[in-house]
Structures are given as C-alpha cells and as structure tokens.
Design a protein around this ligand. Structure first.
Ligand code: ADP
Ligand code: MG
Length: 238
C-alpha cells in the first residue's frame, strides 16, 4: 500500500480549474517532486494534502485512511513554506519545539527532541538565537527541523530553496537528501526549478495548467517524454 494516494483531485476557484483531476501515489520513504511552471497548480495540490484548502472533488488517502475534511493538525503531515514562517520573537529552540508544546509534550522530552533535531540539521549550539540572527540557509534548517521534530509520515515542501543563491541551494539539496535518508521520512517537494527537482527526486509528477503531464523517474522523463511540454520543460535545464 502506498503512503499517499491522491485520486481525481480537483480544485476550482470560480471559473478557474486550478487543479484538474490529478491522481498520483507516493510510496513510503520516497522523495517525489511536483514540477511545473508558475501557476500550474503545485501549491494548491500541496495545500489540499496539508488541509489548508478543501478539494472541489477527489480523494486523498494517507496510510490507507481518507483525510479530506480533517483539520491540518490531525493529519500526519507537516509543511515547510516558501517564506519559512518562523516565529521571529521565539528562539530557534522554541520555534522547533513549538508544535510539541502545543500537543502537550513535557518540557524534558521537548528539550531532548529539539536538541536531537538541531544536531540533525547541523545547528547544535544555535538554539538560543532568534531567526533574525541566522543566515538564510540556517533559517531553512530551522524550518526543516520544526517540520521533522514530531516525526510526521509525510513532509511537504513549497519551493523552500527558491530564495537562496545557486551554491547554497545545491548544498541544501544534498542536505535534504541526507536528512530524508537519516529520518526515513517521505518527502513531497514542489518546485518550478527543473534543476532542483531532477537532482533530488526518486520520481517526479510534471504538472501544467492543473493537469498531470507525466509521472516518472528522471530517466523516464529524459528518455521517454510523453509530450512536447515535458520534453521542452525537462530539456530546459541548462
Ligand atoms: P503554482 O504553485 O504552481 O504557482 P498555484 O497552485 O499557486 O500555482 O495556483 C494555480 C492557479 O490557481 C493560479 O492561476 C492561481 O492564480 C490560482 N489560485 C491559487 N489560489 C487561489 C485562490 N485562493 N483564489 C483564486 N485563485 C487562486
Ligand atoms: Mg506555488
């Protein structure tokens, strides 16, 4: 059984069909990207999986159970946002432990798990700083630690690296892969950046105008593109 099953997912905003009959599966432990140009519906798909947006039609199953209609905090899913959404007035450690505190995890255990996460993202010793005292790359790591600390089944990423310069972005790609392997978590990563998607993903879901163009591995997309759009979009890396 797949970890995530998305079936016939559709979202209409008035006359606009932003997401049009989208279906895909993600296996436990996979790193899957949704790749498509700006406005293709990537964020809307992610927001429906997270529970911030209700589908007009379709089903989403996580670990075999339907999650449409359940509130975000009840879903075994966390999201890393494009703007990271760190709390500026809280320390790094407080940011990471915030969700644990909300769900009543005792202070000792919170401290221990926060410390373990700081090590995982290589920020040991940074716990007492505030986000504004960190570089962009360090803030990324805090957002990642916060999304992983309660050990969700699935972590969603909405273009979190797009504001970084190329060198740092490439470094963070490698870090994402390492952290995914070490935490044994399933990642669904949304980006318009072919280079990032092709570098990090086990499989890709290519989206255009709300519709799936192709689902496959990097090789599948390179060697057997199923449409002109995919050939052009994937070929556009350099
Ligand atoms: P992407 O993340 O691929 O850039 P989005 O999922 O953000 O695309 O948006 C897909 C389409 O849906 C766009 O045309 C966008 O303008 C529209 N859209 C997204 N959210 C809303 C909303 N809340 N209300 C109306 N239109 C929206
Ligand atoms: Mg988007």
């Amino acid at each position: 059984m797949s970890l995530l099953n998305v079936r016939g997912l559709t979202k209409e905003f008035g006359d606009l069909t932003a997401v049009d009959d989208v279906s895909f599966d993600i296996e436990d432990g996979e790193f899957v990207s949704i790749l498509g140009p700006s406005g293709s519906g990537k964020s809307t798909v992610l927001r429906m999986v997270a529970g911030f947006e209700e589908p007009t039609a379709g089903d989403i199953d996580l670990d075999g159970a339907g999650i449409v209609g359940s509130p975000p905090f009840e879903r075994d899913v966390n999201m890393v946002f494009q703007n990271l959404a760190l709390f500026p007035h809280l320390t790094v450690a407080e940011n990471i432990g915030y969700g644990l505190k909300q769900s009543g995890v005792p202070a000792d255990e919170r401290r221990e798990r926060t410390e373990r996460m700081l090590e995982m993202v290589r920020l040991s010793g940074y716990g007492d700083r505030t986000p504004s005292e960190l570089s962009g790359g360090e803030q990324q790591r805090v957002a990642l630690a916060r999304a992983l600390v309660n050990e969700p089944a699935l972590v969603l990423f909405d273009e979190p690296l797009s504001s970084l310069d190329r060198k740092l972005r490439q470094h963070m790609q490698t870090e994402l892969q390492r952290i995914q392997a070490e935490t044994d978590t399933t990642f669904l990563y949304v980006t318009h950046d072919q280079e990032v998607a092709l570098a990090v993903s086990d499989r890709l879901v290519v989206l255009d105008e709300g519709r799936i163009q192709q689902i496959g591995t990097v090789e599948d997309l390179y060697e057997a593109p199923e449409s002109r759009f995919v050939a052009d979009f994937i070929g556009d890396v350099n």
